[in-house]
Design a protein around this ligand. Structure first.
Ligand code: GLC
Length: 535
């Protein structure tokens, strides 16, 4: 079985994991220092199998690294290329894979390609980006809007044309209709694979190709005469998810496969699950994995989770592997989203038990294993361009420094201030506090992650949802060797879950550590309690 099918991935927001040089920003040597926490080969560590590093390339940081100035180097803020090589080697010695964030849709406006493209209309690389004359007199070429708000076109005075940017004006979109661009990005892919990285998380992969004629998007609401106010105001028929994108992905997959055990997981930020599923191709020729973000947008509702899982199980081509994620650097943390006055802590455990026992590849987000919450960011400390434009909607709250211990810098930094504020509760909610407490959330994550490695039904078994009481989510995971029943109670009251007819078994995992022993006929779960029963 390919390693990425059984792996638990861990997303590291590089700026916020561990600072070693005292500038208040995380760096690559910091990650190397913390590898034993992530997986030292024993159940004392978290046990994750693969790391996804957010962009560490040289960047003017308008979008914190998602605006790349040089695809083949490391920003001095994070270290050097040699630091990255050391990190990858040290991770590999521990059996941990490392994937990088490939950002192909756009570069920084400071990337030499864009600088050259912008220099004149006749530049050899003019066509590497999407330049157009004004339409409708003096206006932008069409009605597309940026994901981050405002028009997706910026006027360039020097050469008298507009250029396209799906995100910030400092992130011009590359033109993948030009084969030279496809080849240039393949060179980047080769550069990193030759250096030994295990693959890529591919940023907004569904956006890489736009409509050849750049047609206007229709409004979401037919009566809306001015859909150009925000991204949700229009149907994104022409500025993303175009059929030709699959040709590029197939080419990249062929390239990856030539290297053997490498992989790519794509950020297909689309709402419709069938459109996401299409990015797997026939399950062997496009993305190895595509993110399924539906849990990020789900409320605390057993039925909603069951439906979301069921639709992916139904839609994916045979042989394709689903993915699940509860939190990321682009969405509020689930410890906060799923919080409630009484059961917040229990819900975090239940959600983790679900994430790690579904059929699929789970992606953890740094800090979720200790229950990190979103952090309030005062207006004067907002960093995210989205937060600056839309107060209250920025992504800083979920990007704050990792909480390692109760020291003033939370063990993250020796600097007096970190790039984003630390959580107020960092002296309470931290790794040091939870590491030796068998009842902590961290200990629970470790138990489940390490159990998973030994459980064939979880690693490769089938998934089958069972009918169950309201507010519960019950499923079977079965392989030749093993049959497991996962029973999760989302209710704030106890719920009885019946075992399949005449079945009995014993508890192998439970959100409540005191629950153990054998079960027959039925089990009554406490509020927000979950168990895994071996039948
Ligand atoms: C992706 C990234 C996000 C970034 C955007 C533009 O959605 O996850 O953080 O801002 O792409 O690159």
């Amino acid at each position: 079985m390919s390693w990425w099918r059984s792996a638990v991935f861990y997303e590291i927001y590089v700026r916020s994991f561990q600072d070693t040089n005292g500038d208040g920003v995380g760096d690559l040597p910091g990650i190397t220092e913390r590898l034993d926490y992530l997986n030292d080969g024993t159940p004392a560590s978290l046990g994750v199998d693969a790391l996804w590093l957010t962009p560490m390339y040289p960047s003017p940081m308008h979008d914190f690294g998602y605006d790349v100035r040089d695809y083949r180097d490391v920003d001095p803020l994070f270290g050097t290329l040699a630091d990255l090589d050391r990190l990858v080697a040290a991770a590999h010695r521990r059996g941990i894979r490392v994937i990088l964030d490939l950002v192909p849709n756009h570069t920084s406006h400071e990337h030499p390609w864009f600088v050259a493209s912008r220099a004149s209309r006749t530049a050899a690389v003019r066509d590497w980006y999407i330049w157009r004359d004004p339409a409708r007199g003096t206006g932008p070429p069409n009605n597309w809007v940026s994901v981050f708000g405002g028009p997706a076109w910026t006027w360039d005075d020097a050469t008298g044309q507009y250029y396209l940017h799906s995100f910030l004006p400092q992130q011009p979109d590359l033109n993948y209709r030009n084969p030279a661009v496809v080849r240039a990005m393949e060179d980047v892919i080769r550069f990193w694979l030759d250096r030994g990285v295990d693959g890529f998380r591919v940023d907004v992969v569904h956006k890489m190709i736009k409509d050849a004629e750049l047609r206007d998007n229709p409004p979401s609401d037919p009566d809306d005469r001015d859909p150009v106010r925000h991204f949700g105001g229009m149907q994104h028929l022409y500025d993303e998810d175009r059929p030709e994108v699959h040709d590029i992905i197939r080419g990249w997959r062929r390239l990856l496969d030539r290297y053997g055990e490498r992989m790519m997981v794509g950020e297909v930020y689309l709402f419709d699950p069938d459109r996401v599923a299409a990015y797997y191709g026939d399950a062997s020729d496009e993305l190895n994995l595509a993110f399924n973000f539906r849990f990020l947008w789900s409320t605390w509702d057993a039925e909603a989770f069951r439906i979301r899982v069921g639709e992916m199980e139904r839609l994916l081509p045979a042989g394709a592997q689903p993915t699940y994620v509860l939190s990321s650097h682009d969405a509020p943390r689930h410890r906060t989203r799923f919080d409630d006055a009484m059961h917040g802590g229990a819900r975090a455990r239940l959600a983790a038990l679900m994430l790690l026992t579904l059929r699929g590849t789970p992606f953890l987000y740094y800090g979720e294993e200790i229950g990190m919450r979103d952090v309030f960011i005062p207006a004067e400390r907002v960093q995210d361009p989205v937060g600056k434009r839309f107060p209250g909607l920025g992504r800083d709250p979920e990007r704050t420094p990792m909480q390692w211990n109760a020291a003033p810098g939370a063990g993250f930094t020796h600097a007096r201030t970190s790039w984003l504020p630390l959580a107020d509760d960092a002296s309470d909610v931290n790794v040091a506090r939870q590491l030796h407490d068998p009842d902590s959330l961290l200990s629970f994550y470790r138990r489940v992650v390490w159990y998973r490695k030994t459980a064939p039904a979880l690693l490769s078994g089938s998934y089958h949802a069972l009918d169950s009481a309201p507010d519960t989510f019950v499923y079977a995971r079965e392989s030749v060797e093993q049959r497991l029943l996962v029973a999760l109670n989302f209710a704030s009251e106890p719920r009885r879950v019946d075992l399949p007819l005449r079945a009995s078994g014993h508890v192998v995992l439970a959100t409540d550590r005191s629950r153990a022993g054998s079960v027959s006929d039925a089990v009554t779960l406490a509020p927000a309690e979950g168990v895994v029963i071996a039948l």
